[in-house]
Ligand binder design. Sequence first.
Ligand code: DON
Length: 331
Amino acid sequence: MVQGAVNWNTGQTQEWLQAYVDDWVAFYRKQTSDGEVASYIPILAEADQDDLGIAIIGKNGLTVRSGDTDIPFTLQSISKVISFIVACMERGVSYMLQRVDVEPTGEAFNSIMHLEMKPVKKPFNPFNNAGAITVTSALPGKTSDQRLEPVFKLLEKMLGYRPELNVDVYKSEQDSSTRNRAIGYYLLEMDFLESDLDVTLETYIKQCSIEVTIDDLAQIGIILANDGMDLKTGAEIIPRQVARISKVLMLTCGMYDASGKFATYVGIPAKSGVSGGILAAVPPRVRDEAMPFTDGCGIGVYGPALGDKGNSIAGIRLLRHIAKQWDLSIF
Ligand code: DON
């Protein structure tokens, strides 16, 4: 692996950056063996442990892709960012913030311990399962397909194509969703849900099963980095306030109980999913030296081997390395 100081002022060509990223991906791919693919949703256990890929899309169009770039995977918890954005757009930001708080829990993604231990009036944040299921319950519509329509529409606007549901993943999670059902019943008892529990869970599990690639995540990332605006036309895809709150939540809660470490060592708003995806949005930065991607970029990572907090183990290490080399931290 490339070691030591690099002068990024020299030759910031696509080929040059590509050579570095190829080198880093090859290095961190060896560390996928430190993690394990998720198995609590049975079909996710079929993923290839060694896979690792990254796509970086710059605001100026500069794109670097490396490793396993073409493997489709499901959004899983990354969908929580999209459903929160859509719920804010459909129901209003202030309404949604009455329904769900913006505080990290320091607990695992599927924990409700913190909800039981504190007399709270709403779930802690939209990115743990309790908060995400609550957000999904606020999407308008009777059936799960009606509720997901604005989610698909927003994705289509951002990606330029309409992604599809991976039906096998959906069925596998439906058949194994005991924990989320338990969370759902607790939310029901607390009067946090706005709609029928079965339809809510069906919608939540479907949103988790939407299939994407790392290019898609990088594309969503650059739109968020650009405060919700279409890069080419400047048109508003996501209201600025919603994009801003989403990035705050990604930074404070996006990696669950590893969010503090991620903010410290990587310093980029990001959201992980249990299938191994990471969506990252790097806002424009002012830097003394000419670093790559100073006007912002979106990053998509795929690496299904997870660490003990449910985040892609090699993906996080790769992001940490890139953030350090290119000074991508927002701090
Ligand atoms: O709720 C679940 O169990 C999954 N569909 C999503 C969880 C997830 O991606 C957690 N992230 N690491």
